[in-house]
Write a protein that binds this ligand. Structure first.
Ligand code: 4AD
Ligand code: MG
Length: 471
């Protein structure tokens, strides 16, 4: 049976009893070296707190030489006794009987010295920032959220489906796409004759046609939802949007459940129940991380989450939202009138000021939403739903899907798209069509909301944005 090489610091600092002989390993966060005693704060990434290592130099004279070469960032192994600590704020300390330096870290050049570094600076050293309190906490909360997402859908009996990352159909039109090609851009093959003469000859490209990175797994997800009942995807998504904001990435992760026999109301219930479940899991499993965010990143984030888990989300229609915004007499950069797409400032006014919590908005004008959304009887609005949260605005976008073949074909044609390009998607309506609905959750926005982190670049290990694909 596999055992980890060392017990985790998390298991040691929460031990129920002293341990006469134990070994630990990790990275030194700080060293305090006094005449007879030295203290090291040891962190191995397993929890927010450190394990204090106490080195009694009078009984361990060999340690003196090693201590001289131990600085912040060094990796060490310590053997000793886990004993009750006289210091406040910690139950145990490790009284060292031997200390081994595994890897030194040069104090002159190691960028993570004890002082507080700006998030901007840490972005420049993304390969080391996971060793800080903030990024360790984000990574652990992100992990909890990932696992909770699977847990939630698996409990419902939904199947995890992997949809393609490379796609040759401009399925959604959900934003600018990254092209995927193996053509030599210095010697692009051109069509020699006929109607397309002079244009790029994609028949010579890898897939025999133009291909892109996916902007959403939804359309492929629908094929499995209309066979297996309930499914979800959870994978990377790419959008070449030139939006340099604190909420946009070019590569982000999206969770997309899709459920047969579900209408827009059921879809709202699912989204709300799902968010509350994953928030609850973080509150349960990451109390130390959340206390950290509450103190250092976003004051009140813990109480906010606790309230959100208990209160029903506000649910309003787009028309009601526009009404509220117009009547607010608030000066917005983008003036509000029926028909406009809600901007982040409008969304945040609804969540931060009017409802002071998450809001689900439904019934958007069809013109500002995707072709596949179910048309309402008014002929003007669609059964779309956006879940908006304070600070961020949109965190989830979804809808009931148009299941009527004729209406869907009509919409595709109206928008100047080609029915032929959607043949396989339309087959789901042609054969055994059913009411179905689903949504997409931006995973990084979820992590941002839960942790209170202000910039989306700080909740994904290696952010990809316009002009930046370092590491
Ligand atoms: O609203 P969107 O574009 O919806 C879809 O893609 C649908 N196909 C989803 C579905 O119904 N299955 O994107 C869904 C979510 C947004 O609400 C937002 O949280 C996130 O994805 N998102 C982004 N997150 C980070 N960076 C970006 N550039 C994002 N664009 C969208
Ligand atoms: Mg959206």
């Amino acid at each position: 049976m596999f055992q980890k090489p060392y017990p985790s610091v998390a298991s040691l600092v929460t031990s129920n009893a002293p341990i006469p002989s134990v070994k630990a390993a990790g990275w030194v966060r700080t060293k305090r070296d006094a005449k007879d005693t030295a203290f090291l704060e040891l962190n191995d990434g397993s929890c927010q707190g450190n394990l204090q290592v106490v080195i009694d130099k009078t009984s361990l004279p060999a340690a003196e030489a090693i201590l001289a070469s131990i600085a912040t960032g060094a990796s060490i192994e310590v053997s000793g006794e886990l004993r009750a600590s006289p210091a406040a704020g910690q139950k145990w300390e490790l009284a060292a009987s031997a200390v081994t330096l595994l890897g030194a870290a040069d104090a002159e050049t190691y960028p993570l010295q004890k002082k507080k570094h700006s998030l901007e600076f840490l972005r420049e050293i993304s390969h080391l920032r996971a060793r800080t309190n903030t990024f360790g906490a984000v990574a652990r909360v992100r992990n909890t959220l990932s696992f909770a997402i699977h847990e939630y859908f698996q409990n419902l009996g939904f199947y995890y489906v992997n949809t393609p990352i490379v796609t040759a159909s401009d399925a959604e039109g959900a934003g600018q796409m990254f092209q995927v090609t193996t053509l030599d851009l210095d010697k692009v093959p051109r069509v020699k004759e006929g109607p397309g003469a002079g244009t790029v000859d994609y028949e010579k490209d890898f897939f025999g046609k133009k291909a892109h990175l996916t902007v959403s797994g939804q359309l492929n997800g629908e094929t499995y939802a209309t066979a297996l009942g309930g499914i979800y995807t959870f994978g990377p998504t790419f959008r070449a949007e030139n939006s340099n904001t604190t909420r946009h990435l070019a590569e982000f992760w999206m969770v997309e459940p899709e459920v047969s026999f579900l209408d827009i109301n059921g879809n709202m219930d699912l989204a709300e129940d799902f968010l509350k479940f994953v928030f609850g899991r973080v509150l349960e499993r990451n109390p130390e991380e959340m206390a950290f965010f509450n103190q250092w990143v976003e004051k009140g984030v813990v109480d906010t989450l606790k309230t959100v888990v208990q209160k029903p989300f506000a649910r309003i229609t787009y028309t009601e939202a526009v009404d509220v915004l117009v009547k607010s007499k608030q000066k917005f950069e983008f003036p509000v009138q029926w028909g406009i797409d809600l901007q982040s400032e409008h969304e945040r006014y609804l969540t931060d000021v009017v409802y002071q919590g998450p809001v689900i908005v439904t019934g958007y004008p069809k013109e500002i939403k995707a072709f596949y959304m179910k048309l309402n009887d008014d002929g003007k609005t669609v059964r779309a739903m956006d879940v908006l949260v304070p600070r961020l605005g949109e965190i989830i976008g979804g809808s009931q899907r148009e299941e009527d073949l004729a209406k869907l074909e009509k919409r595709i044609t109206e928008l100047g798209m080609h029915v032929d390009d959607y043949r396989w998607y339309l087959d789901l309506r042609r054969y055994g069509t059913v009411v179905h609905a689903g949504f997409g959750l931006g995973f990084e926005r979820l992590v941002q909301y839960v942790t209170g982190m202000g910039n989306i670049r700080d909740v994904i290990p290696f952010p990809r944005t316009v002009g930046n694909a370092e590491f």
